[in-house]
Write a protein of this length. Structure first.
Length: 116
């Protein structure tokens, strides 16, 4: 292996190492949330505590979504939108994480505090 190629490999490895460490530090700094804030068109329609298992049906003029809280995580368990991307999204539990259903203009966001 030539010196130039070896130096390129070392540089790429160093960049990957820095990226992985940055990602791990970022992920470990996220706090577990207290509430799931559900909004439609930017308006809060429900605030659910993550400490209580429940399912809430959100009906709007755009359609129906079922938001479920289980084991201090939240997910969209059912929706009548055509693509169901929100249903396929993984569970969320950390502050700032979101699930979005674009056809229904619905956003589920994890928060530490209850919005006013």
């Amino acid at each position: 292996m030539t010196k130039k190629i070896r130096n390129d490999v070392i540089l790429i490895a160093a960049i990957l190492l820095v990226a992985i460490l940055s990602f791990l530090i970022f992920k470990s700094s996220l706090k577990n949330g207290e509430n799931a804030v559900i909004t439609v068109e930017g308006e809060t329609v429900a605030v659910l505590t993550l400490s209580e298992d429940t399912t809430k049906t959100i009906e709007t003029k755009y359609g129906i979504n079922e938001v479920t809280i289980m084991d201090k995580t939240v997910f969209v368990s059912n929706a009548d939108c055509p693509d169901k991307i929100c249903v396929e999204h993984r569970e969320i539990s950390r502050v700032g994480e979101t699930i979005v259903c674009l056809p229904h203009k619905l956003v589920v966001e994890i928060s530490e505090v209850v919005p006013e």
